[in-house]
Design a binder for this molecule. Structure first.
Ligand code: NZQ
Ligand code: ZN
Length: 377
């Protein structure tokens, strides 16, 4: 086992923490306050942030959409430059935080910011970022990843940058209470699949990573099972479980398999399907097709997460599928689009993006993707 680990993001967790922004951003910084479609104006978060920025010079940019678009974010970059900002404060879910990362990393770059996503540009400096998380799902508030969609080509791509770790992230679970069921379910599922992508691979014997991942999966399963009776602690648990699922810890020095995400991203890019729903559709079918090669970890998951006594990995896959169905998720792509060329479009985009042999063993090739998609349509 070998790894380097640093996660520099300061976490401020708990009720009423938004007011801390006033101390967390140096007073002399000019702040870009970046947010989405307006949910923060309805639930009081906008006013809390505004109050906390009382002694700062700040500028607001609204309208970062779910599955954030390059075209919108490029406007945010111009606006940030016009106003000579020093700091980007993202107030929203993964989309707004990912958008802030794109803006911050491209701020000093003269070329097309999309070059970040195509791997043609590696930043050497960037604006600093802070986040107020309003949707617990992606872990973006504590990691260096960012996912952006180019509207023109419907390509959804990701980039990592060491400058993308927020300086701080504020996690006030009360903020989650204005989320509708659809987004809360998305949060549970996205965090569950993040954990699986770093766990359902092959035996490696790294006990901290395995057992911590199992703890997160058990916690998330419990949240799914108590969804209808959620209380304050439920929201707090979702916020922290989702953070821990993708802050880098459980994937240290162990094999990872992001195949479900890579296929899912193409589906969101093409059809605008919620990120978590693409995962819920694809993952059980991918695990069915790869049940033999993932047998050991699936059985370990069955025993340690679901308390299942079985030697059949497909029974464990069925447990996962049932978990998603119990959250009322449609598990067929055809529920979201009438397009008849899904397989052709997804496979050619995957190829264009260099995903020809992926998964932790490199066994997910075009033929396997086609089998997975056939089961998913
Ligand atoms: O735009 P507003 O009006 O704020 O509404 C949002 C949005 O419509 C709403 N919302 C957010 N907080 C709310 C709220 N509504 C009521 N009350 C609140 N407190 O929820 C909708 C969805 O928000 P979004 O930010 O898109 O959701 P999520 O956090 O699931 O982010 C999804 C994006 O993150 C990417 C996904 O691909 C997708 O683009 N991911 C980012 C990752 C990362 N950076 O590490 C990893 C993930 O695997 C994922 O790929
Ligand atoms: Zn995800």
């Amino acid at each position: 086992m070998q790894f380097s680990y640093i996660n520099p993001t300061q976490i401020e967790f708990g009720q009423g923490k938004i007011s801390k922004i006033s101390e967390l951003i140096p007073k002399e910084y000019r702040v870009l306050f970046l947010y989405g479609g307006g949910s923060i104006k309805k639930n009081g978060v906008y006013n809390q942030v505004k109050d906390a920025l009382n002694n700062h010079t700040w500028f607001e940019f609204a309208g970062v959409e779910a599955n954030p678009k390059k075209e919108t974010l490029d406007k945010a970059i111009s606006y940030a430059r016009e106003n000579k900002v020093d700091f980007v404060l993202a107030v929203g879910g993964g989309s707004v935080i990912d958008g802030a990362k794109y803006v911050a990393n491209a701020f000093y770059y003269d070329g097309d910011a999309w070059d970040l996503l195509d791997g043609k540009f590696t930043p050497t400096k960037a604006l600093k970022i802070g986040a107020v998380l309003t949707l617990a799902a992606t872990g973006s508030e504590s990691n260096s990843g960012s996912v952006v969609t180019k509207g023109e080509t419907k390509e959804k791509r990701f980039f990592h940058s060491p400058f993308s770790y927020p300086q701080f992230s504020i996690l006030d679970p009360d903020v989650l209470k204005s989320l509708g069921e659809r987004q809360l379910v998305n949060g549970v599922v996205d965090a569950f699949v993040h954990t699986c992508e770093q766990y359902l691979t092959q035996p490696h014997g790294a006990l901290a990573q395995d057992y911590y991942a199992e703890g997160l999966l058990r916690g998330l399963t419990e949240l799914a099972n108590t969804f209808e009776t959620r209380d304050d602690l439920w929201y707090a648990n979702l916020m922290w479980l989702a953070n821990q699922a993708l802050n880098g810890l459980i994937g240290l020095g162990v094999p990872q398999d992001w195949a479900t995400h890579f296929i899912g991203h193409e589906l969101s890019g093409l059809y605008g399907i919620d990120h978590a729903r693409t995962l819920a559709i694809i993952q059980p079918n991918l695990l069915t097709i790869l049940a033999d090669e993932k047998k050991d970890k699936l059985l370990q998951m069955g025993k340690n997460v679901f308390k299942l006594d079985t030697n059949n990995p497909l029974e464990v896959v069925e447990k996962i599928r049932t978990l998603y169905s119990s959250l009322n998720i449609d598990l067929k792509i055809s529920s979201y689009t009438e397009d008849k060329d899904i397989i052709e479009k997804v496979t050619s985009l995957l190829e264009k993006h260099g995903f020809t042999e992926f998964g932790d063993r490199g066994t997910v090739n075009k033929e396997v993707v086609i089998k997975i998609l056939e089961k998913s349509i």
